[in-house]
Design a binder for this molecule. Structure first.
Ligand code: FNR
Length: 377
Protein backbone atom coordinates (compact mmCIF):
# COMPACT_ATOMS: atom_id res chain seq x y z
CA UNK A 1 0.00 0.00 0.00
CA UNK A 2 1.13 3.56 -0.61
CA UNK A 3 2.31 5.60 2.36
CA UNK A 4 -0.49 8.06 1.69
CA UNK A 5 -3.04 5.38 2.54
CA UNK A 6 -1.57 4.88 6.02
CA UNK A 7 -3.92 6.65 8.41
CA UNK A 8 -2.71 5.68 11.87
CA UNK A 9 -0.01 3.83 13.77
CA UNK A 10 -1.94 0.55 13.65
CA UNK A 11 -1.79 0.62 9.84
CA UNK A 12 2.01 0.53 9.99
CA UNK A 13 1.79 -2.48 12.28
CA UNK A 14 -0.57 -4.35 9.95
CA UNK A 15 1.64 -3.72 6.92
CA UNK A 16 4.78 -4.66 8.86
CA UNK A 17 3.24 -7.95 9.96
CA UNK A 18 2.61 -8.86 6.33
CA UNK A 19 5.85 -7.67 4.83
CA UNK A 20 8.64 -8.09 7.40
CA UNK A 21 10.89 -11.12 7.61
CA UNK A 22 9.25 -13.51 10.09
CA UNK A 23 12.25 -13.44 12.47
CA UNK A 24 12.31 -9.66 12.50
CA UNK A 25 8.56 -9.45 13.06
CA UNK A 26 8.86 -11.99 15.88
CA UNK A 27 11.64 -10.06 17.61
CA UNK A 28 9.93 -6.66 17.30
CA UNK A 29 6.37 -7.67 18.08
CA UNK A 30 6.84 -10.19 20.85
CA UNK A 31 6.04 -9.65 24.49
CA UNK A 32 6.89 -11.79 27.50
CA UNK A 33 5.13 -15.12 28.07
CA UNK A 34 1.34 -14.79 27.65
CA UNK A 35 1.64 -11.16 26.45
CA UNK A 36 -0.92 -9.99 28.99
CA UNK A 37 1.09 -6.87 29.82
CA UNK A 38 1.80 -6.29 26.14
CA UNK A 39 -1.95 -6.15 25.37
CA UNK A 40 -2.72 -4.26 28.57
CA UNK A 41 -0.30 -1.48 27.65
CA UNK A 42 -2.59 -0.11 24.98
CA UNK A 43 -5.87 -1.40 26.45
CA UNK A 44 -5.32 0.62 29.64
CA UNK A 45 -5.93 3.84 27.71
CA UNK A 46 -9.47 2.72 27.02
CA UNK A 47 -10.20 3.01 30.75
CA UNK A 48 -9.41 6.72 30.81
CA UNK A 49 -12.15 9.03 29.61
CA UNK A 50 -11.59 12.51 28.23
CA UNK A 51 -13.57 15.45 29.65
CA UNK A 52 -13.50 18.17 26.98
CA UNK A 53 -13.97 21.86 27.74
CA UNK A 54 -15.90 23.93 25.20
CA UNK A 55 -15.87 27.50 23.90
CA UNK A 56 -12.12 27.92 24.01
CA UNK A 57 -10.51 29.63 21.04
CA UNK A 58 -8.43 26.82 19.57
CA UNK A 59 -7.62 28.33 16.20
CA UNK A 60 -3.93 28.07 16.99
CA UNK A 61 -2.53 24.94 18.66
CA UNK A 62 1.08 24.46 19.72
CA UNK A 63 2.23 20.92 20.56
CA UNK A 64 5.82 21.86 21.33
CA UNK A 65 7.39 21.36 24.75
CA UNK A 66 10.76 21.09 26.55
CA UNK A 67 12.51 17.88 27.64
CA UNK A 68 15.01 17.69 30.52
CA UNK A 69 14.84 21.49 30.85
CA UNK A 70 17.00 21.93 27.75
CA UNK A 71 15.62 20.46 24.54
CA UNK A 72 12.82 22.17 22.71
CA UNK A 73 10.83 19.51 20.80
CA UNK A 74 7.92 19.76 18.37
CA UNK A 75 5.74 17.38 20.34
CA UNK A 76 5.84 15.56 23.70
CA UNK A 77 6.84 12.32 22.00
CA UNK A 78 10.28 10.75 21.56
CA UNK A 79 11.52 7.68 19.71
CA UNK A 80 12.57 5.25 22.40
CA UNK A 81 15.54 2.87 22.29
CA UNK A 82 14.98 -0.45 20.57
CA UNK A 83 17.75 -2.93 19.83
CA UNK A 84 18.55 -4.37 16.41
CA UNK A 85 17.22 -1.78 13.98
CA UNK A 86 18.85 -3.52 11.01
CA UNK A 87 16.54 -6.50 11.43
CA UNK A 88 13.82 -4.26 10.02
CA UNK A 89 15.70 -1.90 7.69
CA UNK A 90 19.20 -1.95 6.20
CA UNK A 91 19.79 1.61 7.44
CA UNK A 92 19.00 0.55 10.99
CA UNK A 93 18.88 3.15 13.76
CA UNK A 94 20.24 5.94 11.55
CA UNK A 95 16.88 5.92 9.74
CA UNK A 96 15.27 6.85 13.05
CA UNK A 97 17.95 9.49 13.74
CA UNK A 98 17.24 11.20 10.41
CA UNK A 99 13.48 11.09 10.83
CA UNK A 100 13.79 12.47 14.37
CA UNK A 101 15.99 15.27 13.08
CA UNK A 102 13.57 16.11 10.27
CA UNK A 103 10.64 16.32 12.69
CA UNK A 104 12.45 17.85 15.65
CA UNK A 105 11.84 15.07 18.13
CA UNK A 106 14.38 13.27 20.29
CA UNK A 107 15.70 9.81 19.52
CA UNK A 108 16.98 7.69 22.40
CA UNK A 109 19.91 5.77 20.90
CA UNK A 110 20.24 2.18 22.09
CA UNK A 111 23.34 0.46 23.48
CA UNK A 112 22.48 -2.65 21.48
CA UNK A 113 22.14 -0.80 18.23
CA UNK A 114 22.96 -2.38 14.91
CA UNK A 115 24.64 0.85 13.80
CA UNK A 116 27.63 2.24 15.66
CA UNK A 117 27.12 5.17 18.01
CA UNK A 118 29.24 7.24 15.62
CA UNK A 119 26.99 6.37 12.69
CA UNK A 120 23.93 7.42 14.64
CA UNK A 121 25.52 10.63 15.93
CA UNK A 122 26.84 11.50 12.48
CA UNK A 123 23.31 11.17 11.08
CA UNK A 124 22.13 14.10 13.21
CA UNK A 125 21.29 17.44 11.65
CA UNK A 126 22.80 20.59 13.16
CA UNK A 127 21.44 21.26 16.60
CA UNK A 128 19.63 17.91 16.88
CA UNK A 129 19.53 16.71 20.48
CA UNK A 130 19.61 12.98 21.19
CA UNK A 131 19.71 10.76 24.26
CA UNK A 132 21.69 7.61 24.95
CA UNK A 133 20.12 4.46 26.41
CA UNK A 134 22.57 2.52 28.54
CA UNK A 135 22.75 -1.15 29.29
CA UNK A 136 25.40 -1.31 31.98
CA UNK A 137 28.07 -3.79 30.99
CA UNK A 138 29.57 -6.33 33.38
CA UNK A 139 32.85 -4.58 32.60
CA UNK A 140 32.29 -1.13 34.11
CA UNK A 141 35.25 0.28 32.16
CA UNK A 142 33.37 -0.41 28.94
CA UNK A 143 30.37 1.39 30.36
CA UNK A 144 32.43 4.36 31.55
CA UNK A 145 34.03 4.71 28.10
CA UNK A 146 30.76 4.66 26.20
CA UNK A 147 29.12 7.09 28.62
CA UNK A 148 32.03 9.51 28.31
CA UNK A 149 31.89 9.18 24.55
CA UNK A 150 28.17 9.84 24.42
CA UNK A 151 28.64 12.91 26.60
CA UNK A 152 31.65 14.19 24.63
CA UNK A 153 29.70 13.84 21.40
CA UNK A 154 26.82 15.87 22.74
CA UNK A 155 24.17 13.42 23.94
CA UNK A 156 21.80 15.32 26.21
CA UNK A 157 20.58 12.58 28.51
CA UNK A 158 21.62 9.17 29.84
CA UNK A 159 18.71 6.75 30.10
CA UNK A 160 19.81 3.78 32.18
CA UNK A 161 17.67 0.71 31.60
CA UNK A 162 16.91 -0.78 34.99
CA UNK A 163 14.19 -3.30 34.19
CA UNK A 164 16.39 -5.88 32.49
CA UNK A 165 18.70 -7.64 34.97
CA UNK A 166 17.88 -10.51 32.67
CA UNK A 167 15.71 -10.62 29.58
CA UNK A 168 12.11 -11.78 29.72
CA UNK A 169 10.87 -14.90 27.97
CA UNK A 170 9.58 -13.84 24.57
CA UNK A 171 8.31 -17.09 23.22
CA UNK A 172 7.28 -15.88 19.77
CA UNK A 173 10.88 -14.86 19.29
CA UNK A 174 12.27 -18.02 20.88
CA UNK A 175 10.24 -20.27 18.59
CA UNK A 176 11.59 -18.58 15.46
CA UNK A 177 15.24 -19.02 16.28
CA UNK A 178 17.22 -16.35 14.56
CA UNK A 179 19.30 -17.92 11.85
CA UNK A 180 22.10 -15.42 11.48
CA UNK A 181 24.75 -14.79 14.06
CA UNK A 182 23.26 -11.99 16.10
CA UNK A 183 26.69 -10.66 17.00
CA UNK A 184 27.03 -9.71 13.33
CA UNK A 185 23.97 -7.51 13.68
CA UNK A 186 24.66 -5.85 17.00
CA UNK A 187 27.41 -3.31 16.51
CA UNK A 188 27.45 -2.92 20.25
CA UNK A 189 27.75 0.77 20.83
CA UNK A 190 28.80 -0.42 24.27
CA UNK A 191 32.16 -1.24 22.75
CA UNK A 192 34.44 0.06 20.04
CA UNK A 193 33.69 0.06 16.32
CA UNK A 194 34.53 -3.61 16.03
CA UNK A 195 32.46 -4.40 19.06
CA UNK A 196 35.39 -6.11 20.72
CA UNK A 197 35.55 -4.34 24.04
CA UNK A 198 32.19 -5.59 25.21
CA UNK A 199 34.24 -8.62 26.15
CA UNK A 200 31.49 -10.65 24.57
CA UNK A 201 32.40 -11.29 20.98
CA UNK A 202 30.53 -14.43 20.24
CA UNK A 203 27.00 -15.11 21.26
CA UNK A 204 25.16 -18.26 20.60
CA UNK A 205 23.25 -18.31 17.34
CA UNK A 206 19.81 -19.86 17.05
CA UNK A 207 18.66 -18.86 20.53
CA UNK A 208 16.09 -16.30 19.42
CA UNK A 209 17.30 -12.72 19.04
CA UNK A 210 16.41 -11.73 22.60
CA UNK A 211 18.19 -14.68 24.21
CA UNK A 212 21.24 -13.91 22.13
CA UNK A 213 21.51 -10.29 23.23
CA UNK A 214 20.93 -11.11 26.89
CA UNK A 215 24.65 -11.88 27.09
CA UNK A 216 25.25 -8.13 27.07
CA UNK A 217 23.30 -7.42 30.22
CA UNK A 218 24.60 -7.44 33.80
CA UNK A 219 22.31 -8.89 36.48
CA UNK A 220 24.35 -7.34 39.32
CA UNK A 221 23.24 -3.77 38.48
CA UNK A 222 22.10 -1.92 41.63
CA UNK A 223 21.48 1.55 43.09
CA UNK A 224 25.21 1.77 43.89
CA UNK A 225 25.96 1.71 40.17
CA UNK A 226 23.58 4.61 39.61
CA UNK A 227 25.48 6.62 42.22
CA UNK A 228 28.71 5.65 40.46
CA UNK A 229 27.29 6.84 37.11
CA UNK A 230 26.55 10.20 38.74
CA UNK A 231 30.29 10.56 39.34
CA UNK A 232 31.09 9.57 35.73
CA UNK A 233 28.89 11.95 33.77
CA UNK A 234 27.29 15.36 33.91
CA UNK A 235 24.55 14.27 31.52
CA UNK A 236 21.14 14.22 33.20
CA UNK A 237 20.51 10.63 34.34
CA UNK A 238 17.07 9.09 33.91
CA UNK A 239 16.10 5.59 35.05
CA UNK A 240 14.24 3.71 32.31
CA UNK A 241 11.90 1.02 33.55
CA UNK A 242 10.57 2.17 36.93
CA UNK A 243 7.25 0.54 37.88
CA UNK A 244 6.48 1.72 41.41
CA UNK A 245 6.12 5.00 43.23
CA UNK A 246 8.68 3.75 45.77
CA UNK A 247 11.44 3.40 43.16
CA UNK A 248 10.57 6.78 41.66
CA UNK A 249 10.93 8.34 45.13
CA UNK A 250 14.31 6.67 45.55
CA UNK A 251 15.41 8.03 42.16
CA UNK A 252 14.31 11.54 43.16
CA UNK A 253 16.15 11.25 46.49
CA UNK A 254 19.33 10.49 44.55
CA UNK A 255 18.81 13.72 42.65
CA UNK A 256 18.29 12.05 39.28
CA UNK A 257 16.80 14.04 36.41
CA UNK A 258 13.91 11.69 35.81
CA UNK A 259 12.36 8.28 35.43
CA UNK A 260 10.68 6.52 32.54
CA UNK A 261 7.67 4.66 33.87
CA UNK A 262 7.80 1.60 31.65
CA UNK A 263 7.46 -2.16 31.53
CA UNK A 264 9.78 -2.40 28.51
CA UNK A 265 6.90 -2.76 26.07
CA UNK A 266 5.59 -5.83 27.89
CA UNK A 267 8.75 -7.74 27.00
CA UNK A 268 10.11 -8.36 30.48
CA UNK A 269 7.80 -9.36 33.32
CA UNK A 270 4.36 -10.49 32.23
CA UNK A 271 1.25 -9.46 34.23
CA UNK A 272 2.78 -6.25 35.55
CA UNK A 273 0.90 -2.98 35.14
CA UNK A 274 0.94 -0.68 32.12
CA UNK A 275 3.03 2.48 32.36
CA UNK A 276 -0.05 4.69 32.15
CA UNK A 277 -1.60 2.84 35.10
CA UNK A 278 1.56 3.26 37.21
CA UNK A 279 1.85 6.98 36.44
CA UNK A 280 -0.70 8.22 39.03
CA UNK A 281 1.00 6.17 41.78
CA UNK A 282 4.37 7.68 40.87
CA UNK A 283 2.96 11.21 40.97
CA UNK A 284 1.15 10.60 44.27
CA UNK A 285 4.19 9.08 45.98
CA UNK A 286 6.48 11.86 44.79
CA UNK A 287 3.97 14.42 46.10
CA UNK A 288 3.77 12.64 49.45
CA UNK A 289 7.57 12.64 49.69
CA UNK A 290 7.70 16.34 48.84
CA UNK A 291 9.70 15.53 45.71
CA UNK A 292 7.15 16.16 42.98
CA UNK A 293 8.53 18.58 40.42
CA UNK A 294 12.14 17.76 41.35
CA UNK A 295 12.28 15.19 38.59
CA UNK A 296 10.68 14.73 35.18
CA UNK A 297 8.45 11.76 34.56
CA UNK A 298 8.42 10.03 31.20
CA UNK A 299 6.32 7.02 30.26
CA UNK A 300 6.17 4.45 27.47
CA UNK A 301 4.30 1.33 26.45
CA UNK A 302 1.34 1.03 24.09
CA UNK A 303 1.18 4.66 22.94
CA UNK A 304 -0.58 4.42 19.58
CA UNK A 305 -2.85 7.50 19.39
CA UNK A 306 -2.58 11.22 20.01
CA UNK A 307 -5.22 10.78 22.71
CA UNK A 308 -2.90 8.32 24.52
CA UNK A 309 -0.25 11.03 24.59
CA UNK A 310 -2.77 13.58 25.85
CA UNK A 311 -3.81 11.28 28.71
CA UNK A 312 -0.22 10.77 29.84
CA UNK A 313 0.43 14.52 29.87
CA UNK A 314 -2.77 15.05 31.86
CA UNK A 315 -1.61 12.48 34.40
CA UNK A 316 1.74 14.18 34.91
CA UNK A 317 4.15 12.99 32.20
CA UNK A 318 6.55 15.35 30.45
CA UNK A 319 6.90 13.10 27.42
CA UNK A 320 6.09 9.67 26.06
CA UNK A 321 8.23 7.13 24.24
CA UNK A 322 7.17 5.38 21.06
CA UNK A 323 8.74 1.96 20.48
CA UNK A 324 7.22 -0.54 18.08
CA UNK A 325 5.30 1.94 15.89
CA UNK A 326 8.60 3.61 14.96
CA UNK A 327 10.16 0.22 14.19
CA UNK A 328 7.21 -0.78 12.01
CA UNK A 329 7.19 2.56 10.18
CA UNK A 330 10.94 2.26 9.62
CA UNK A 331 10.69 -1.34 8.41
CA UNK A 332 7.91 -0.64 5.93
CA UNK A 333 8.62 2.83 4.52
CA UNK A 334 12.05 3.83 5.88
CA UNK A 335 12.70 7.41 6.93
CA UNK A 336 9.61 8.72 5.14
CA UNK A 337 7.50 6.25 7.06
CA UNK A 338 8.88 7.33 10.43
CA UNK A 339 8.36 10.98 9.50
CA UNK A 340 4.77 10.16 8.53
CA UNK A 341 4.27 8.34 11.84
CA UNK A 342 5.49 11.40 13.76
CA UNK A 343 3.21 13.61 11.64
CA UNK A 344 0.29 11.33 12.49
CA UNK A 345 1.03 11.64 16.21
CA UNK A 346 1.24 15.42 15.85
CA UNK A 347 -1.95 15.68 13.81
CA UNK A 348 -3.85 13.43 16.21
CA UNK A 349 -2.55 15.28 19.26
CA UNK A 350 -3.46 18.63 17.68
CA UNK A 351 -6.96 17.37 16.99
CA UNK A 352 -7.44 16.05 20.53
CA UNK A 353 -6.06 19.26 22.04
CA UNK A 354 -8.41 21.31 19.91
CA UNK A 355 -11.43 19.23 20.84
CA UNK A 356 -10.36 19.28 24.50
CA UNK A 357 -10.02 23.08 24.58
CA UNK A 358 -6.23 23.18 24.90
CA UNK A 359 -3.99 25.40 22.79
CA UNK A 360 -0.67 24.46 24.38
CA UNK A 361 0.83 21.54 26.30
CA UNK A 362 0.74 23.40 29.61
CA UNK A 363 -3.06 23.77 29.19
CA UNK A 364 -3.42 19.99 29.63
CA UNK A 365 -4.42 19.31 33.22
CA UNK A 366 -5.39 16.39 35.39
CA UNK A 367 -9.04 17.43 35.67
CA UNK A 368 -9.45 16.87 31.91
CA UNK A 369 -9.36 13.10 32.29
CA UNK A 370 -11.41 10.68 34.33
CA UNK A 371 -8.93 8.01 35.39
CA UNK A 372 -11.05 6.65 38.23
CA UNK A 373 -11.44 3.32 36.42
CA UNK A 374 -7.83 3.12 35.27
CA UNK A 375 -6.82 0.87 38.11
CA UNK A 376 -9.42 -1.85 38.38
CA UNK A 377 -7.76 -3.63 41.28
C1 FNR B 1 12.75 -2.57 23.11
N1 FNR B 1 12.97 -1.87 24.29
C2 FNR B 1 14.26 -1.65 24.71
N2 FNR B 1 14.50 -0.89 25.80
C3 FNR B 1 15.78 -0.65 26.21
O1 FNR B 1 15.96 0.05 27.20
N3 FNR B 1 16.84 -1.17 25.52
C4 FNR B 1 16.67 -1.93 24.41
O2 FNR B 1 17.65 -2.39 23.80
C5 FNR B 1 15.35 -2.21 23.98
N4 FNR B 1 15.12 -2.97 22.88
C6 FNR B 1 13.84 -3.14 22.40
C7 FNR B 1 13.64 -3.84 21.23
C8 FNR B 1 12.36 -3.97 20.71
C9 FNR B 1 12.16 -4.71 19.45
C10 FNR B 1 11.26 -3.39 21.39
C11 FNR B 1 9.86 -3.50 20.85
C12 FNR B 1 11.47 -2.72 22.58
C13 FNR B 1 11.85 -1.26 25.03
C14 FNR B 1 11.47 0.11 24.48
O3 FNR B 1 12.47 1.07 24.73
C15 FNR B 1 10.15 0.64 25.09
O4 FNR B 1 10.21 0.56 26.49
C16 FNR B 1 8.92 -0.09 24.57
O5 FNR B 1 9.11 -0.54 23.26
C17 FNR B 1 7.70 0.81 24.59
O6 FNR B 1 6.56 0.11 24.22
P1 FNR B 1 5.92 0.15 22.76
O7 FNR B 1 5.89 1.57 22.28
O8 FNR B 1 6.77 -0.72 21.91
O9 FNR B 1 4.56 -0.41 22.99
Amino acid sequence: PSLGSVLNSFDFEAIARQTMKPEAWAYYSSGAEDEITLRENHAAFHRIALKPRVLVNVSHIDTSTTFLKQTRVSLPVYITACALGKLGHPGGETVLTRAAGARNVVQMMPTLASCSLDDMLNARVDGQDTWFQLYVNADRNVTRDVVLKAEARGCKGLFVTVDAPQLGRREKDMRLKYQEDISDIIVKTGGDEEGTSTGQKKVNRAMGAARAISSFIDPSLSWKDIEWLQTVTRMPIVLKGVQTGADAVQAARLGLAGVVVSNHGGRQLDTCRSGIEILPEVVADLKRAGLHGKMEIYVDGGFRRGSDVFKAIALGATGVGIGRPSLYAMSTYGQEGVERLLDIFREELEMVMGLMGCTKISDITEDMVDASHLSTR
